[in-house]
Design a protein around this ligand. Structure first.
Ligand SMILES: Cc1cc2nc3c(=O)[nH]c(=O)nc-3n(C[C@H](O)[C@H](O)[C@H](O)COP(=O)(O)O)c2cc1C
Length: 168
């Protein structure tokens, strides 16, 4: 059984709530769900699978708690690790940078030797004009808009988690 750790960056609690919901659906214990500012190289070593989430702030930026977390991830050995990304944003007010933080995490990690899973989420059903997390009709992780489309969140998480389970 692969050990899963979930790390989230959240300013007002939305991404934290989503991290906990994803944990619940994957059967990940609460003790393995952390704010991104708790990330250490030793914690990275503890897990086979890292599920990393961030809300998007500013103009397409990572949430602040990822500031040191990204450095930690890049200094850790991620070869052999499975990495899944998720994030939340607001596609109505920030349609040009919707869930960009997922794409920022992806750019930081794509050359670290990790293997991405859950990285073929169709953009169908979303309304946004641009996102660095999306190419060719697919997000590189699970994009959620709990501000405008909270009614779709459970269904989106369920589909993504089912895909993750088949990759584990
Ligand atoms: C000042 C500000 C800037 C934001 N910038 C973006 C953005 O560039 N892209 C996006 O998708 N959402 C953006 N959002 C929306 C937040 O990501 C959204 O409210 C999210 O649910 C917050 O999650 P959190 O509580 O986990 O931090 C922004 C919100 C605010 C208030």
């Amino acid at each position: 059984m692969k050990k899963i750790g979930i790390f989230y960056g959240s300013s007002t609690g939305t991404c934290e709530d989503l991290a906990n919901r994803i944990a619940g659906k994957l059967g990940v214990p609460a003790a393995d769900v952390y704010s991104a500012d708790k990330l250490t190289v030793d914690k990275v070593k503890d897990y086979d699978v890292l599920i990393l989430g961030s809300s998007t702030w500013g103009d397409g930026d990572l949430q602040d708690d990822w500031y040191d977390g990204v450095k930690t991830l890049k200094s850790a050995d991620l070869s052999g690790k499975l990495v899944a990304l998720f994030g939340c944003g607001d596609s109505e007010s920030y349609g040009d940078t919707f869930c960009d933080a997922i794409g920022v995490l992806y750019e930081h990690l794509k050359n670290t030797g990790c293997t991405f899973i859950g990285n073929d989420v169709s953009t169908e059903g979303y309304s946004f004009s641009s996102s660095i997390a999306a190419t060719d009709g697919h997000f590189v992780g699970l994009a959620l808009d709990d501000v405008n489309e909270s009614d779709k969140t459970d269904q989106r998480i369920d589909a993504w988690v089912a895909g993750l389970k088949s990759s584990l």
